[in-house]
Design a protein around this ligand. Structure first.
Ligand code: NIG
Ligand code: FE
Length: 413
């Protein structure tokens, strides 16, 4: 049968096929690996998977890709980024080298607020251009689906400009994008705090919910110096009323109760969790909320890593993200994050790959097509060829590896 694309033979194919939904417990390390495999793609989707010799005997195509020297995985899913920003934070980076902490810089009005100022000053065109160049960068590193937060405007015009830039970028790229609105990232110094909370609830969230960028999620930075648990709940509930599913930046530096709140409100994910402990892990394990860990942030800020090993052992569905942002994680690379997950968090390469594909997709419910993060028949044909013989060898090269080929919806990207 003539088909659009055949990838065969494949040295090591990680299909991530299996039961739908995020993986936990023993399933967390099951990548559905097949050696000497082949994939058939038609109409942008995986049509079938099987032994290479059968696939090649039964199908023909003008496009046959030899992956006999490659590991093939689903395209990576980066479920947490702050990809829209202007300006730079090199000054923060350099100041931290003299011992000044991230929290101290933020308390002095730098940090997120310095990016707020630069983002507000930028035009929508400039925001779109820089966003598109970051999208190109992450795709070249193997990300085919990503979440993008509008998180630095912190004013009606600033937030709208960020969403306009996301909508414009979405129309110009085939990368799959889930959008999160995050006005509650920091209190802007230009209005009283209660007024800003009221503005978010009565003006910013309704504006975002009706914006063509199509946000699915509403995120709050629940932290000392940012939003307390009570205010986080008010803002998340206001989003729920408008159809926006909660996400929470929780326990990044202090355990405040953001995890317990997120799980109680049915959050899609609680993210960061650097300071979380056994109680939070049990709460997450007993919920449908995905535990998103981002070792790049700990690495970048010189903080202790989240205990993802204990999370998996407790039964949490763990996902990985880059947290790519100019302040706390100037890290675009999901392979780099996979390497940190293995070398610093003591996940197996298989557990890390599950966290960067199916489980990351599960942190973006209803925002991306069904099947993203897997290569099961019927799933979108989003995949990467990696220059490695095994998954272990891929992860071992984490500081520099890039895919040799990326396909999104069956098209070379
Ligand atoms: O996820 N924690 C809060 N927000 C970002 C940092 C943003 C920034 O420093 O600009 C984060 O780490
Ligand atoms: Fe973040």
């Amino acid at each position: 049968m003539k088909v659009d694309l055949i990838i065969a033979p494949i040295r090591e194919l990680h299909t991530l096929q299996g039961r739908s939904g995020p993986r936990r417990g023993r399933d967390h390390g099951d990548t559905g690996v097949i050696r000497d495999a082949g994939i058939v793609v038609n109409d942008g989707h995986v049509a079938s998977i099987g032994p290479a010799h059968e696939i090649l005997r039964e199908h023909s195509s003008e496009l046959v890709v030899d992956a006999s020297k490659s590991v093939v995985t689903p395209g990576l899913v980066d479920c947490h980024t702050h990809l829209v920003w202007a300006g730079d934070r090199s000054e923060d980076f350099v100041r931290r080298s003299s011992g000044i902490s991230y929290e101290q810089i933020a308390a002095e009005g730098g940090g997120i607020l310095s990016t707020m100022r630069a983002t507000r000053e930028a035009s929508v065109e400039d925001l779109t251009d820089s966003l598109l160049s970051r999208i190109e960068l992450i795709r070249s590193l193997g990300t085919t689906t990503c979440e993008i937060k509008a998180s630095y405007g912190l004013s009606p015009e600033g937030c709208r400009n960020e969403l306009d830039a996301i909508a414009a970028a979405k129309s110009k790229t085939n990368l799959r994008i889930a959008v999160t609105f995050m006005a509650a990232h920091a209190y802007p110094p230009d209005r009283p705090q209660e007024d800003f909370v009221e503005l978010i609830r009565s003006e910013l969230l309704p504006m975002a919910a009706g914006h063509p960028a199509g946000p699915s999620f509403n995120d709050v930075f629940c932290e000392v110096g940012a939003f307390d648990v009570e205010t986080t709940e008010l803002i998340l509930r206001a989003g729920i009323e408008l159809g926006l599913t909660p996400k929470v930046h929780a326990d990044e530096f202090n355990v405040l109760g953001g995890v317990e709140l997120g799980c109680r409100l049915g959050a899609a994910s609680c993210d960061h969790l650097l300071a979380s402990g056994a109680h939070q892990f049990r709460t997450l394990a007993e919920s449908s909320t995905v535990a998103v860990v981002m070792p790049g942030t700990a690495h970048y800020l010189g903080k202790p890593y989240a205990d993802a090993r204990a999370m998996i052992d407790t039964g949490c569905a763990v996902a990985l993200g880059t947290d790519f942002n100019p302040g706390s994680s100037m890290i675009p690379s999901m392979p780099f994050v996979l390497g940190l997950a293995v070398s610093k968090m003591k996940l197996t390469p298989e557990e890390a790959l599950v966290a960067a594909t199916v489980n990351a997709a599960a942190a973006l419910p209803d925002a991306i097509p069904e099947g993203v993060g897997t290569l099961a028949p019927g799933a979108p044909a989003d995949l990467c060829l990696w220059p490695a013989r095994t998954l272990g060898e891929m992860v071992w090269q984490y500081t520099f590896i890039r895919p040799t080929q990326v396909f999104i919806g069956g098209r070379a990207a």
